[in-house]
Design a protein around this ligand. Structure first.
Ligand SMILES: NC(=O)c1ccc[n+]([C@@H]2O[C@H](COP(=O)([O-])OP(=O)(O)OC[C@H]3O[C@@H](n4cnc5c(N)ncnc54)[C@H](OP(=O)(O)O)[C@@H]3O)[C@@H](O)[C@H]2O)c1
Length: 315
């Protein structure tokens, strides 16, 4: 049984705990978070063991770590966990800087440890289905993809520069993943952003290209962008409303008609944990390699966009 240690006790950990698979392969064994009292309340609510008071104590009580604290903490926690011989499942964005991810991968590989970015879209069946529809020319030749995600009045802590906040790293990683997964490698990037007074981007828009197929990818904290994915072909358009949000049922439309309903997509986090435990047990390693490549591509792109829009973090 793999003993999982969790870092954080916020929004996404609540999702994770509720969707945690009932499995004899992996179980939550310990939790550590910045504010002990909040972690304690959280653990009582979810009938988890009493939280530990330090990161070192967490490492003593687990074989693998799920990092779900703020973005600015991911690299250091991942590095220290790997150095301590623990496998790592890290929330998106796994790293802000490309060289940080390269270093984590080198450490993981040198110690034969698994390092996975918790990108929920990877385990959404919708994506596999849309890819199938595209491949079988359901909407003819693909000319473009539009993906947007956002809502006005997002939580204020997502705008804190010191936490690695901002629309690019909190939200736009999903549209970027959609393009990489459904269309292919991104060849040209032109990014534009609007900035909030705290110094983070609150609206970012990226134009991209892959072999002539064009993409418009955007995310915002401050406007109600559509929050959907559209793939435009010469014989029609596939739309997936609400693909990026965590709670909605997902369905695929062609023009205005629903063609596929994908309710199992609510299992994305459950499947993610099961995949992680499979990789640790040496199963599905081809999939693991592919997944790692997607994280590398994604960080390369966000790092380029970050530089283009002059988003500078104090860490
Ligand atoms: N996969 C997804 O769908 C998804 C969705 C949302 C977020 N995320 C990602 O998950 C991460 C957390 O987001 P969230 O929305 O859950 O944030 P959140 O609700 O603000 O929770 C963050 C948690 O991390 C703790 N924390 C902060 N700094 C810490 C540190 N240095 N050491 C240990 N614990 C620390 C906080 O403790 P306090 O009690 O002290 O604040 C809090 O419990 C982010 O990286 C985000 O990008 C992923």
């Amino acid at each position: 049984m793999i003993r999982l240690g969790i870092i954080g006790a916020g929004f996404i950990v609540e999702e994770m705990v509720q969707k945690f698979p009932k499995s004899n392969q992996i179980a939550i064994n310990a939790l550590y978070s910045r504010t002990f009292e909040r972690a304690q309340t959280f653990c009582q609510k979810h009938k988890l063991p009493e939280p530990v008071r330090s990161f070192e104590k967490l490492l003593e009580n687990c074989d693998a770590v799920y990092i779900a604290s703020q973005n600015n903490t991911h690299y250091e926690y991942a590095l220290r966990s790997l150095e301590a011989g623990k496998h790592v499942l890290c929330e998106k964005p796994i790293c802000i800087y490309e060289e940080h991810l390269e270093h984590l991968i080198a450490v993981a590989e040198s110690k034969n440890l698994i390092l996975v970015e918790a990108q929920r879209l990877w385990t959404k069946q919708t994506f596999a289905q849309v890819k199938f529809l595209i491949k079988h020319q359901e909407i003819g030749e693909i000319l473009g993809l539009e993906a947007s995600l956002g809502s006005a009045g997002q939580r204020l802590e997502k705008r804190v520069l010191e936490y690695g906040g901002g629309a690019l790293f909190d939200l736009c990683v999903y549209p970027i993943f959609a393009f990489l997964y459904l269309i292919g490698d991104i060849e040209n990037i032109q990014a534009y952003a609007h900035f909030f007074e705290t110094g983070v981007d609150d609206y970012t828009m990226i134009s991209v290209q892959h072999k002539g197929i064009i993409g418009n990818l955007s995310a915002s904290f401050n406007t109600n962008t559509r929050g959907e994915l559209r793939i435009n072909g010469t014989k029609g358009t596939i739309t997936i409303p609400k693909i990026f949000t965590i709670h909605d049922d997902v369905y695929i439309q062609k023009e205005n008609q629903q063609i596929v309903s994908c309710q199992q997509d609510s299992l994305d986090m459950t499947l993610m944990v099961l995949e992680f435990s499979n990789y640790i047990q040496g199963k599905d390693l081809d999939k693991y390699q592919l997944r790692k490549e997607f994280s590398i591509k994604s960080v390369e792109i966000t790092d380029k966009v970050r530089q283009q829009i002059s988003l500078v973090y104090p860490f």
